[in-house]
Design a protein around this ligand. Structure first.
Ligand code: UFG
Length: 355
């Protein structure tokens, strides 16, 4: 038996990072999580060691790299609330930009030449054309989006000068949870649409706000590309395989290619639970593009990526199941509530993911 191949995973205790660690382990890698646990969770780290450290701490990074000798770095660690980044940009530039710089320098010092970077469709801002392809102009409308764009540019400069190879993954809206129930989505505070709707459906919050019903979209609410977190996690394994087999550096969208509105999701939950989700109309949220969905063709062509679990019923079913499982999320702990049964369409869940 060959030993698992070590990969440094910054932010491996977070929502997307922990799902990626599970898939890395299944694919024969040893995920070494480096996370300051400011937003991640110790118990989400289950498939390899955890080093508690801040990515801006170069000495801690160098120490972790010297100990485990990773062959590549998956860099998830970042602050990722768009609204918070507008109100308080300083920590965003510090963690996201200075943190990425520290990682790049640590990698360079140790001769690690492969990086998978978590970027975002937020780097596109409000796109002129849909679906959004990788050649669309990148004009972010929030400090968060700008931090991700700056990191992309720094990575490209390091690649040109120092021989780094990279896959930049521009995520669309990560959602859903591990279909086996091992992991959940557990943000504090929780601001994302799918968990907020499930929280309202379960009476954890009185209602979910709808940010604008007058957008230029078919039903007036925003449209997003909801990509199941397990699909997204799988894209990282494919990116590592791609680089190992000599693939050229690449920036690529990871989305399902389908646009789903806020109203569509509310209706799906209401239909499923048999009662309307309580809602509250709010004005548009600052910086929200009305419609975003990916052109997934480049990911298919280069990485062989296709979304398997990213239909809204599977996303809602897996997210709702995780709500009920203390193993997957802290949300159910100590609240004394029973989640509303959600009759998930499990048909897509059995779809086999290639290792
Ligand atoms: N929304 C509501 N009510 C809520 C929460 C969200 O109406 O309570 C709406 C938002 O206005 C938006 C959509 O639902 O139109 C999705 O909102 P999320 O907050 O779930 O996700 P965002 O699209 O704003 O942001 C997410 C990630 C970012 C990433 C971005 C890329 O949080 O890190 O996707 O689109 F950059």
């Amino acid at each position: 038996m060959t030993a698992p191949r070590p990969i440094l995973v910054t932010g491996g205790a977070g929502f997307i990072g922990s799902h990626a660690c599970k898939q890395l382990a299944a694919a024969g890698y040893l995920p070494i999580t480096f996370d300051n646990l400011s937003r991640g969770h110790r118990r989400a780290v289950r498939w390899g060691p955890l080093i508690v450290g801040d990515i801006r701490d170069s000495a801690a990074l160098e120490c972790a790299i010297a100990e485990y000798r990773p062959e590549a770095i998956l860099h998830f660690a970042a602050l990722a609330y768009v609204g918070e980044s507008v109100a308080d940009p300083s920590p965003y530039y510090s963690h996201n930009v200075a943190g990425t710089l520290a990682i790049l320098d640590a990698a360079r010092g140790a001769g690690i030449d492969q990086l998978v970077f978590s970027s975002s469709c937020a780097t596109y801002g409000v796109p002129d054309t849909l679906p959004v392809s990788e050649t669309a102009p990148q004009r972010p409308v929030s400090p968060y989006g700008r931090t991700k764009l700056f990191c992309e540019q720094i990575i490209q400069d390091y690649a040109a000068a120092y021989g780094l190879r990279y896959v930049i993954l521009r995520y669309f809206n990560a959602s859903g949870c591990d279909p086996d129930g091992d992991l959940g989505e557990w943000h504090t505070p929780e601001t994302h649409l799918v968990p907020r709707i499930l929280m309202a459906a379960n009476g954890i919050i009185p209602s979910v706000e709808i940010f604008g019903s007058d957008h230029a979209t078919p039903d007036g609410t925003c449209v997003r590309d909801f990509i199941h977190v397990t699909d997204l996690a799988h894209a990282h394994v494919l990116a590592l395989d791609y680089m190992s087999s000599g693939g050229k550096s690449l920036a690529v969208n990871i989305g399902s290619g389908q646009g789903v509105s806020v109203r569509d999701i509310l209706d799906a939950v209401s239909r499923n639970t048999g009662r309307p989700v309580p809602t509250e109309m709010r004005p548009r949220r600052q910086g929200d593009p009305p419609i975003l969905y990916a052109d997934p063709a480049l990911a298919r062509r280069t990485l062989g990526f296709s979304a398997r679990l990213s239909n809204i019923n599977v996303i809602l079913g897996t997210a709702a199941a995780a709500f009920a499982s203390p193993a997957a999320t802290g949300a159910a702990e100590g609240r004394g509530w029973q989640p509303t049964p959600f009759h998930a369409d499990r048909s897509g869940i059995t779809a086999k993911l290639e290792p």
